[in-house]
Write a protein that binds this ligand. Structure first.
Ligand code: RBF
Ligand code: MG
Length: 326
């Protein structure tokens, strides 16, 4: 996959360009349906699949106060699109000026002038100034400017329409199993391991303190997770919280994970955490001994959970992590 920073950076005449437009934050199962269809269509026509993903998120430009916290970093999204077999990711700058385009200007300047032959959009797609254009508008413009428009149905599950908004809400409620179901893989955050106070080691459970690059963290609590380091996956237990048991609880949530069966220094390393299951609330214990015993039980829970998981082939196949080796 090629990544370009604007439409103008595309090669002059890509073969039969087919395009999907959207932010695609999370690349969830609904996005995957659009993108797999796009990729297959490009293969069928010996054409080129293009994903136009505005950057920054249009809401950050239009109404900065209301912009959603993104599920993925740019790198994570790029990896997912690459894995899906997309030919070009266009991280086109979303500007004030672009936000003022009428639907007609949008169709002419973005699609027609770049020779787009087909475009695929989700059911709730809106475009142009004040979101004034929808699927039908785009279809009419397609007749004028000579491109085909395909509407891809939203994916539903358990009576819910899968959307990035729904996943954000699930994570805000700590419902990481629901998020995993909607994404088609566990929710993953990435970052660098920073120096903590070394108190975990003192407790007998050394922890890696993560400085997350993601904007959105699951709500506070203890989770059963997979930790990816140097391409290897380790079962781990992760606490997101303020550590109320300590004399000086943290002011803001800290992400701390203990890797099972791992010894070694993680400071400065890149770490990815896959959130499989919310295990319990963070609690204020009467003393450190009680906390230590509880973390011991958390670790045993993780061991049982992941041992069982490994024996379910379905997870191994369908729910691949973002970080698993391709
Ligand atoms: N701190 C708390 O005050 N209450 C908790 O319930 C709690 N649960 C934790 C669970 C796990 C799996 C881990 C790794 C940490 C937890 N902590 C909790 C944070 C703990 O206080 C911290 O890791 C040590 O103090 C070392 O920094
Ligand atoms: Mg630590």
């Amino acid at each position: 996959m090629n990544v370009v920073e604007s439409l103008e950076a595309l090669p002059q005449q890509p073969a039969y360009p087919v395009m999907a437009i959207g932010v695609f934050d999370g690349v969830h199962r609904g996005h995957q349906a659009i993108l797999e269809g796009l990729r297959d269509r490009a293969r069928e026509t010996a054409g080129t699949s293009l994903v136009l993903s505005f950057h920054p998120h249009p809401q950050k430009v239009i109404r900065p106060g209301d912009a959603p916290r993104l599920l993925q970093t740019g790198v994570q999204k790029e990896q997912m699109l690459r894995r899906l077999g997309i030919d070009y990711l266009i991280r086109h700058p979303f500007t004030r000026r672009l936000s003022l385009y009428t639907p007609d200007e949008f169709a002419r300047r973005i699609l027609y002038s770049h020779g787009i032959k087909e475009i695929r959009v989700g059911a709730n797609f809106r475009f142009g100034h004040r979101r004034s254009g929808d699927f039908q508008t785009l279809q009419r413009l397609g007749q004028r400017y000579g491109f085909e428009v395909v509407e891809v149905e939203a994916v539903h599950t358990r009576g819910l329409r899968i959307s990035s908004t729904l996943i954000r809400r699930a994570l805000d409620e700590g419902r990481t199993s629901l998020a995993r179901h909607l994404l088609g893989r566990p929710y993953q955050i990435r970052g660098v391991v920073i120096r903590g106070e070394g108190r975990g080691a003192g407790l007998g459970f050394p922890t890696a303190n993560l400085q997350p690059r993601n904007e959105l963290l699951p709500s506070g609590g203890v989770y059963l997770t997979h930790a990816w380091v140097n391409g290897d996956c380790h079962a781990s237990v992760t606490n997101i919280g303020v550590r109320p048991t300590l004399d000086r609880p943290a002011a803001a949530p800290i992400v701390e994970t203990h890797l099972l069966d791992y010894t070694g220094d993680l400071y400065g390393k890149s770490l990815a955490l896959d959130f499989w299951l919310r295990w319990r609330d963070e609690k204020k214990f009467d003393n450190l001994q009680r906390l230590r015993e509880q973390i011991g039980r958390d670790i045993e829970a993780a061991r049982r959970y992941f041992d069982r998981l490994e024996r379910i082939p379905r997870w191994a196949g369908r729910l691949r992590s973002e970080s698993s080796p391709a």
